[in-house]
Design a protein. Structure first.
Length: 253
């Protein structure tokens, strides 16, 4: 292990093991095994591979919403996280390039008059959204007329939209499609209001740790590791972000 990697290890595993935040709120990236209750999915596979590369144990710190992952940063509850890149989060988290790109869209009732993304930002429309999710942060900036109604989790937002007869719920396309398929009278809007870029992140001022993660995620994309992990977890339709043409060159001095 060279000097730069040793410094990266010190920053990524200051307690002697890597504490990795896993967000169940995005089922494309993480799921709970229905038999064992254990976490699985592409982010879990990446966390375990990272621990193997650095030869330290991994502790999976699970959350049911991305907003809660971000809030837990204040308590230094994790060293590495899997989150969507967003300017609000980037003020406190350093991100790699994205490894998966996910569409943010809406679910509505079948008889809804809204049929395209442009129909939603209108006075009187009430849209449920998981508090602190990437699409909550984006829509907070993008919507000027519709009202966002926030719930604790993204799945809870869809349930709330149905129960309270709101106009729509916002979320990730894949789980919204699964919800619509299991609940009659709902449909998912074609198109997207944003492309959600999922990345690995670490708290600010961990420059060597960030450099290691950037190289790591590029290798995981180019080697096919991420593609295969998505397929194993039943998320083969998720889009893997393009690998960068060259390795990260800005290791700290």
């Amino acid at each position: 292990m060279n000097n730069a990697t040793t410094k990266a290890l010190t920053e990524l595993a200051p307690t002697g093991h890597i504490r990795v935040a896993i967000n169940y709120g995005n089922p494309v990236l993480a799921q709970k095994n229905p038999q064992t209750g254990e976490p699985e999915g592409v982010s879990v596979d990446l966390a375990r591979e990272l621990s193997c590369r650095l030869h330290v144990p991994v502790e999976l710190v699970t959350f049911d919403a991305a907003g809660k992952v971000f809030e837990a940063l204040k308590a230094s509850a994790w060293d590495v996280a899997f989150l969507a890149i967003d300017p609000v989060r980037a003020a406190e988290i350093s991100f790699t390039s994205p490894y998966v790109v996910i569409e943010g869209t809406y679910i509505v009732r079948t008889d809804s008059p809204m049929h395209c993304i442009e129909d939603f930002d209108r006075p009187g429309n009430r849209i449920a959204v998981g508090r602190g999710a990437a699409y909550d942060l984006f829509l907070t900036r993008a919507l000027h007329h519709a009202e966002l109604v926030r719930t604790d989790t993204s799945i809870g937002a869809v349930d709330y939209f149905v129960a309270q007869k709101l106009d729509a719920a916002a979320g990730v396309r894949q789980p919204l499609m699964a919800y619509a398929e299991s609940n009659a009278g709902l449909r998912v809007i074609e198109g997207r209001f944003t492309a959600i870029e999922q990345a690995m992140g670490t708290p600010k001022r961990r420059e060597f740790g960030l450099a290691y993660l950037v190289d790591f995620i590029e290798e995981m994309k180019s080697s096919g590791f991420i593609t295969h992990a998505l397929q194993r977890s039943g998320q083969g339709d998720a889009v893997v972000a393009p690998a960068r043409p060259m390795p990260y060159l800005n290791w700290p001095e």
